[in-house]
Design a protein around this ligand. Structure first.
Ligand code: ATP
Length: 341
């Protein structure tokens, strides 16, 4: 669906050259939600501008649905961009137009006749859950409602791809979740390919099927979300995973528990899929006569199943503790000894 081949983007500035994107190769499949995560300056916005043809790559090609976006311009590019829609962090609505007129705007530009336009606007307002707010102005809406207008406007011309530029970064956590659920629903209902950029792993966890992690212009890691969560490779990916696994808070809990219970091993156990629902810890206790002390736990859902981390202190005869760890490994559960008393 979307192919980026050997993409580099170098900006020439007064102070020299800046490489914003370097040697990126990516394939994004039809109908998936693909996340690009990175800290500020990683090159995410540049990537999104390359995807909709707002920027030309210095080297390489960008192909969207069979069309080489990176080599067309003028009318051809304008036409291609009608099929590549976008939503923004700060919504970019027209403040003097009502909800209905904001959504109608791209239809007016595309020359859709008035009666057809009105019908389509009504459908879109229902789709994004804004029924009854047709005549409200953006200033009368909450942040979440504004983004719903942004989404409806982006869907007006039946795009093939929706690009989301930090679309929930200006929203509170609850509103963020409701907008992410709307995007997931639209992806399922319309089979729309969604590419989003974010600096929040929560967004990736909640709706993405696959993810690419960017650092200093490069994709340092990519793959299925659940696999990246279970087995992050790059240091920066481990940091992002920590954002949602609560590992930072668990550090304090470990220090506290070692004061009172200085023996045993502190083990980080990572479960995915069905394993998250099995009574594995009670099995360890019964079978190997070990004590298991829970230090920190967290289970969250991804689009391809649950993902959980549990930090436990396992204490007992050394051989029994080792056998308990062996059992976890044999059940395909990842373990990592993080403190060895
Ligand atoms: N038009 C431009 N001219 C010169 N340098 C640019 C331009 N656009 C981006 N850059 C530089 O390219 C690098 C990547 O920027 P980019 O905006 O793509 O990163 P980002 O991951 O989106 O960060 P942020 O979330 O802060 O926008 C940065 O060093 C930035 O200063």
């Amino acid at each position: 669906m979307i192919e980026l081949k050997n993409i580099s983007k170098i900006y020439k500035t007064k102070n020299g050259e800046i490489t914003a994107v370097k040697d990126v190769n990516l394939s994004i499949h039809q109908g998936e939600i693909f996340g690009i995560i990175g800290y500020s300056g990683a090159g995410k916005s540049t990537m999104i501008r390359l995807l909709n043809g707002l920027e030309k790559p210095t080297t390489g090609t960008v192909n969207v649905n069979g069309q080489e976006i990176s080599s067309i311009s003028g009318n051809k590019l304008r036409q291609a961009r009608q099929k590549i829609s976008m939503i923004f962090q700060h919504f970019n609505l027209l403040w003097s137009r009502t909800v209905a007129d904001n959504i109608a705007f791209p239809l007016e530009i595309a020359g859709v006749p008035k009666s057809e336009r009105e019908q389509r606007v009504k459908e879109l307002i229902d789709l994004v859950g804004l029924s009854g707010r047709d005549l409200a102005y953006p200033s009368q809406l909450s942040g979440g409602q504004k983004q719903r207008v942004g989404i409806a406007r982006a869907l007006a011309n039946n795009p093939e791809v929706l690009l989301c530029d930090e679309a929930t970064s200006a929203l509170d956590p609850e509103t963020t979740d409701s907008i992410l659920e709307l995007l997931l629903d639209i992806n399922k209902r319309l089979g729309l390919t969604i590419v989003l950029i974010t600096h929040e792993m929560h967004v990736i966890r909640k709706i993405c099927h696959r993810v690419a992690v960017m650092e200093a212009g490069q994709v340092v890691e990519s793959g299925e979300v659940l696999q990246v969560f279970q087995n992050p490779q790059a240091a920066i990916t481990k940091n992002f995973v920590m954002q949602v696994s609560g590992a930072k808070e668990s550090k304090e809990s470990i220090e506290q528990i070692l004061v009172n219970y200085p023996t045993g091993k502190i083990v980080k156990v990572t479960f995915v899929g069905n394993n998250t629902e099995q009574p594995i810890m009670s099995q360890l206790i019964k079978q190997f006569n070990v004590d298991v002390n829970i230090v920190h736990g967290n289970i969250s859902q991804t689009t391809s199943g649950p993902y959980g981390t549990l930090i436990v202190q396992i204490d007992g005869e050394q051989e029994n503790v080792q056998q308990a760890l062996n059992l976890l490994t044999s059940l395909d559960i990842q373990t990592e000894v993080i403190e060895h008393a």
